[in-house]
Ligand binder design. Structure first.
Ligand SMILES: *Cc1c(COP(=O)(O)O)cnc(C)c1O
Length: 380
């Protein structure tokens, strides 16, 4: 390959919001103009229409727009009546928000190890649930854009009669044997944070559910617990999706999601077939997963910092997801807010070896070439 990367070249970034803006500008401005002219800024037609379109694209009955992915998880758990102090099985390897939402909903996160793909280990979950009959809530995460094995997740849900809230913040559009993530849990949560696969230009999120009672409950909870104007049946919060963001999502970002996902998948396929290095292991998806490649997480056996520095010298940005496991975070060190019930060898391995290579829909082919070349020429 005659590609050379060097400090003189443009940096290869983890996101390219300037390129995205060139692409979406006309649609975003049109959406903003429509909202401005409507004179209706909070919980109006745009949110309703976006919710309907998102639900249709996802193949789930109802979507409810909220202020963030964190809130979408918390409100899902609250709508499902999580009892105070209830243990909730979840993963130590995720955005901190997954655990924070469980705590905010009044639950007690219980951590078990991940499998070799970095996802909550469903076999281990079976063992723990068999021993711990007090656990009846599960918050799995479809991490990195992969889909957990949904057949196995459904068997687990049915066998232990679990309440399941799927964290789909990184996995909008991912499937397992053709089935969409978010379709096993009583509810699923997603995020429209700007780096996510389906993103707004700021914060936002949604709850997805086939159950109209759960959707109604989330609709009330996101708006001070109102069931009708000035009728408060629940103690809710303010977690509304703005009309502006709903308009942008509906007009600019949701219609581009399919092609953006295809581009991520094409880049991932090239990385997987062309990165060849004894110490750089390309990712392995769970069985039957069709990933949407929110991230491209390689495992570096040996000197991860060395590879990161080598790529940095060649102008290629990388990141680590995640360097500190959730149970090891300082915010959880006091008291007994959480519980860790298995050893964590796989999760520790991700914390010490994972490196995320640039992958986003605006990454150009020549930049993909540079990333591959840079990895393959690393001398540890
Ligand atoms: C981003 C993210 C969240 C939180 O979403 P916010 O919109 O940032 O609150 C939750 N879980 C996972 C797995 C995420 O990646």
């Amino acid at each position: 390959m005659d590609v050379v990367g060097g400090p003189g070249d443009d940096p290869v970034r983890l996101n390219a919001f300037d390129r995205q803006w060139d692409d979406v500008r006309a649609d975003v401005l049109d959406g903003v103009d429509r909202v401005g002219r409507s004179g209706w800024l909070v919980l109006g037609e745009e949110v309703l229409r976006f919710e309907r379109e998102l639900a249709a694209v996802w193949g789930i009955e109802q979507a409810v727009g909220v202020a963030s992915g964190l809130d979408a998880l918390e409100l899902s758990l609250r709508a499902l009546h999580l009892p105070p102090g209830a243990p909730v099985l979840t993963t130590p390897l995720s955005a901190f928000a997954t655990t924070l939402a469980i705590l905010r909903a009044g639950g007690r996160p219980v951590f078990i190890d991940v499998d070799r793909s970095g996802q909550l280990d469903l076999d281990l979950a079976t063992d723990v649930l068999t021993r711990r009959r007090d656990i009846d809530t599960l918050v799995p995460v479809h991490l990195y854009g992969y889909a957990l094995d949904l057949e196995q997740l459904q068997l687990l849900r049915d066998r232990f009669e679990l309440v399941v809230v799927e964290d789909c913040a990184q996995a909008v559009g991912a499937t397992s044997r053709g089935r969409a993530v978010g379709s096993v849990g009583q509810a699923a949560a997603t995020s429209f944070y700007p780096t996510k696969n389906l993103a707004a230009m700021g914060d936002g999120g949604a709850v997805l559910t086939d159950d109209p009672a759960i959707a109604a409950s989330v609709r009330a909870l996101r708006d001070y617990g109102q069931s009708a104007k000035y009728r408060h049946d629940l103690l809710g919060m303010n977690s509304r999706l703005d009309e502006l963001h709903a308009a942008m999502l509906r007009q600019a970002f949701l219609p581009r999601l399919g092609r953006a996902t295809e581009r991520r998948q094409a880049i991932a396929a090239r990385y997987t077939s062309e990165i060849e290095h004894a110490h750089v292991l390309t990712p392995r998806e769970p069985d039957a997963s069709r990933s949407v490649w929110h991230l491209y997480p390689v495992l570096v056996e040996g000197d991860r910092a060395g590879l990161q520095a080598h790529l940095e010298r060649l102008g290629i940005a990388t990141a680590i997801h995640y360097p500190v496991l959730i149970p090891d975070q300082a915010a959880l060190s006091s008291g007994d807010l959480t519980e860790t019930v298995t050893p964590m060898p796989n999760a520790q391995r991700f914390a010490s070896q994972e490196l995320s290579l640039p992958i986003h829909p605006y990454l150009r082919d020549d930049e993909v070439d540079r990333v591959i070349h840079a990895c393959n020429t690393w001398r540890p």
